[in-house]
Design a binder for this molecule. Structure first.
Ligand code: PLP
Length: 406
């Protein structure tokens, strides 16, 4: 039995008021709040156990190294990766995807080569490929979503041609909540011999992920959305791809030997982790993932399905609410505008006065917004601590917005 009251009690920030109203935090798609276990791990990490990792022979360095390296196995379990050596730490998905763009794609892509993207990608999974377009003449092939916001896996597979070197798709849209059948895409791409990168920034927060079952080559996650600290993240890189990848950044931990004329690399995954890493943030991410595993990823997903269903039900009564994305199995992420022309920023300001935090803007997904023919929207994105009563508070506040702006 999922006890949401007990879960909420573990997040100190949820008991604060905003503008005199109890906080309703619905901006989880941007970043999630942190449970006490993570806050304690951060404090302990700095107050009692801090030192650099991999370098010192002293006690504190051993403790930090053990905790930092221990996180690799937590991430492995969280994603069901075959080996912890296939987990590279970073500061988040943006860095993870850039690492693949520079380290794996750049050396093997020539002018005219293609990369297939869905129109639903976050800029973090677009801009690194634009670098390749600008600098190496790589062509980006876009696959659209349908009117409901669904991405047909076959359309992605059909877009793979003889010059395609990579498919890069999100597992869950940060705007529409659409869940993509990445397993089907990976199967089709594998038959054509093309690797697949999956942006799991949103999906891994809301559903169990099994990279072996999906069959992807790269799977990126970001710690701050997973109830961990900002500045933490990881990417799963299949062993065969790792062997093909050259280092993205140079310095510190990623080297074996450096002479005046030569350099040799540390063994993977450290070959891809240059300099002093986000030590305490990474340790905190491990604690957050362990905590989620303890709660049960299926339990979290079931709770969020209830929130989604409640929101869909309540939104049906608001015939002036323009909801973007009606995909059947979508996650609890809702982007909307209100008929009558109120700007998303104004709606979000009114909601904030009621203590409700949502995001307003184009959500780092401008190609999608253009495809949808919309400008800025408000986005309410739910997390594991939200409640059905909070859905109702959102609906009440939206009714007020409608009265104010209609
Ligand atoms: N991909 C998706 C789908 C996202 O929602 C986000 C963050 O909003 C990112 C990538 C980028 O993550 P980060 O900023 O943590 O690197």
């Amino acid at each position: 039995m999922y006890d949401v009251a007990d879960v909420r009690a573990q997040f100190p920030i949820l008991s604060r008021e905003i503008n005199g109203k109890p906080l309703v935090y619905l901006d989880n798609g941007a970043s999630a709040q942190k449970p006490q276990v993570v806050l304690d791990a951060i404090t302990r990490g700095y107050a009692e156990e801090y030192s650099n990792v991999h370098r010192g022979l002293h006690t504190l360095s051993s403790i930090s190294t053990e905790r930092y390296e221990g996180t690799r196995d937590v991430v492995r379990r969280f994603l069901n990766a075959p080996s912890q050596d296939e987990i590279v730490f970073n500061t988040g998905t943006t860095e993870g995807i850039n690492m693949i763009a520079y380290g794996w794609a750049m050396p093997r892509m020539e002018p005219g080569d293609e990369i297939v993207l869905s129109i639903m990608e976050h800029h973090a999974n677009i801009v690194p490929w634009h670098f390749l377009r600008e600098r190496q003449g790589v062509k980006i092939k876009w696959v659209d979503v349908d009117a409901k916001g669904d991405l047909d896996p076959q359309a992605v597979i059909d877009a793979i041609g003889p010059k395609t070197k990579l498919v890069a798709v999100t597992h869950m849209s940060n705007v529409l909540g659409t869940v993509v059948d990445v397993k089907a895409i990976c199967e089709g791409a594998r038959e054509k011999g093309v690797p697949v990168l999956v942006d799991g920034s949103q999906a891994a927060v809301h559903m169990p992920v099994d990279v072996q079952e999906i069959g992807c080559d790269f799977y990126a996650i970001t710690g701050h959305k997973l109830y961990g600290p900002s500045g933490s993240g990881a990417i799963f890189v299949k062993k065969a791809r790792m062997a093909e990848m050259r280092p993205f950044m140079g310095g510190g931990d990623m080297i074996d030997q450096v002479t005046r004329d030569t350099v040799t690399w540390n063994a993977p995954p450290m070959k891809f982790e240059a300099g002093t890493p986000s030590i305490v943030s990474t340790i905190g991410m491990g604690v957050a993932l362990d905590w989620m595993l303890e709660l049960g990823l299926d339990n979290i997903a079931a709770h969020e399905r209830r929130l989604r269903d409640r929101a869909i039900e309540r939104f049906k009564g608001l015939n002036w609410l323009n909801l973007q994305g009606q995909s059947e199995g979508k996650g609890a992420i809702f982007s909307f505008t209100i008929e009558g022309g109120a700007h998303a920023h104004d709606i979000s300001t009114v909601l904030d006065k009621k203590g409700i935090a949502v995001r307003a803007g184009t959500h780092c997904a401008m190609p999608l917004m253009e495809h949808l023919g919309t400008g800025a929207t408000c986005r309410a994105s739910f997390g594991l601590y939200n409640t059905e009563a909070e859905v109702d508070r959102l609906v009440e506040a939206l009714e007020l917005c409608h009265e104010l702006f209609a």
